[in-house]
Design a protein around this ligand. Sequence first.
Ligand SMILES: [Zn+2]
Ligand SMILES: [Zn+2]
Length: 300
Amino acid sequence: MADKPGILCDLCRSPAVFLDRASKAHLCRDHLMEHVEKETLGDIQRIPDLPKTIGIAFSGGKDSTALLKVFSRIKEDIPCRFIALTIDEGIEGYRQETILAAEETCKNLGVEHHIIRFSDLFGSSLDQLVKGSGRNACTICGILRRRALEILAREQGIRVIATGHNLDDHAQTALMNAISGDVKKVFAGYGPSAWYARRIKPFARISEREVTLYAMLSGLFRDLPECPYALSSLRGEVRTLLSRYEREHPGAMRNAATCEEEIRKKLGETFERAPYQACTSCGWPGSGDVCQVCTVLKGV
Ligand SMILES: [Zn+2]
Ligand SMILES: [Zn+2]
């Protein structure tokens, strides 16, 4: 990913594999990997009240695979053990292969692994729920995946879940939230909620380029199929746009992500959230009589 061959690491003069466009720093393989691990460790050490065990939301894709690998490398320095949690949404031509890759990675890294399936939990796969309905697969998947992950975490006694969201994901979300014009979205999932397991995002300051390269350099990167629904999503459009913008204006993604984080920090305490109420159908919390999960499932 360095722009030209023959360029050397700023720290050790070995061949560089990475150029940080914003700081103009070149790093070799070892220093790039060390940088990702140090940043992640620092982030985890700053998180207060970590329990004895945390769950890692592990899709088998490159981000969560890299996260699992980093955790395996820094495990002596973190105050908790970790297990991998995988959701099988039931997406033909995509999920079977990524589940197999996920199982193999956990075996290789010696990490305890648990899988839960939409079809077992909700009686239908994502494909069945979406087929011919004209409904947005990513919206439905997001709603059901959140519930599935929470159920799986509870089964394992997990109350803190680490996700592989990187800096690019945060910048994309910030822009999507701005485009939606719905200020509630800026605070969604960040409020104090005793019901849901707390989420932590140890890659929040690490770019997708760094995470991808880390996964490749670790020998864990595989050319797995992309989710067939991802390309049609607004996120896909925003991702393309922001990547182009970042190349021309290095640091733009970091600025977008930091800006939203600052808004959350400054207004998070005072932002008035709609109170949770128990769903009349399943008893889980929602913002109306019937929760989003039950609404999605009724629409079949
Ligand atoms: Zn170096
Ligand atoms: Zn419900």
